[in-house]
Design a protein around this ligand. Structure first.
Ligand SMILES: [Zn+2]
Ligand SMILES: [Zn+2]
Length: 249
């Protein structure tokens, strides 16, 4: 397919915490030879985001002219549960994210907090993290699991192959496979190749995502595409909802 262009399934506009208008998200991606998507945060727990079903309606109307339209829902927030089927259907694809992990004592550990709570070990955290990835995949009406290796700041310096035990990786990948959800190869939060390879080995489809908020990030898929090609994944197999369909079809 000589006319194939990468599809950035995940980028933000001024409808949430991005700096570009929706049209400029698409134009910026196009300058990189990339087809863009507007996929703004839809969560009561993100500061600048769509926060109600009415916000979703206004947003969907504002981006209705774009070929690829999405929203990024937080698993721990209830907004996605409050949307009607018709509202969810206004997007070409839907993205789910684990932006916070609810612990057994009901407290939240957020991906963007600096340190883990006192007394919470890395292993105890990861056990809960992986369990909630499974719950997310089994419950959310999404096509893409965003940035699958995003973890709290304190754990990001640990090499992925060390932080993620192979049994954890198996559970994550299997949860995506059984639900027909794509594994996002995020340029922003870069997964270790062993995990991406495992997703491929299990027959999980990959998607490309810049998770861009700034002009220099939107549509930048260079690292992601190098990785998928190095793993032998054909460009035409990378997720495109208009080609591969959705879970709603
Ligand atoms: Zn996210
Ligand atoms: Zn995002």
């Amino acid at each position: 397919m000589s006319d194939w262009q990468p599809l950035d399934c995940h980028a933000h506009s001024t409808h949430s915490d991005g700096v570009l208008s929706p049209d400029d998200v698409i134009a910026t991606a196009a300058l990189r030879g990339v087809r863009g998507t507007v996929s703004d945060h839809a969560s009561r727990d993100v500061r600048f985001s769509l926060k109600s079903p009415a916000d979703i309606d206004a947003y969907a109307a504002a981006i209705a002219h774009l070929p690829y339209r999405s929203a990024e829902f937080c698993s721990h927030d209830s907004l996605w549960r409050d949307l009607t089927d018709a509202q969810l259907a206004r997007f070409t694809h839907r993205i789910g994210s684990l932006h916070a992990v609810r612990m057994p004592d009901d407290s939240l550990v957020r991906m963007f907090q600096k340190t883990l709570p006192a007394g919470l070990t890395q292993r105890a955290y990861m056990a809960q993290h992986v369990a909630l990835v499974e719950a997310l995949a089994d419950a959310m009406p999404i096509e893409i699991f965003a940035h699958p290796t995003l973890v709290p700041h304190e754990l990001r310096a640990i090499p992925g192959e060390e932080l993620w035990h192979e049994a954890d990786e198996e559970r994550l990948v299997e949860a995506l496979r059984r639900n027909g959800i794509c594994f996002e190869v995020s340029n922003r939060y870069r997964a270790h190749p062993r995990l991406v390879q495992r997703a491929v080995d299990h027959g999980v489809r990959l998607s490309l995502g810049s998770d861009g908020h700034q002009p220099e990030q939107v549509g930048n898929l260079t690292w992601s595409l190098e990785l998928t090609r190095s793993l032998g994944v054909a460009d035409s197999e990378l997720y495109d909802p208009l080609v591969h369909g959705t879970r709603r079809d």
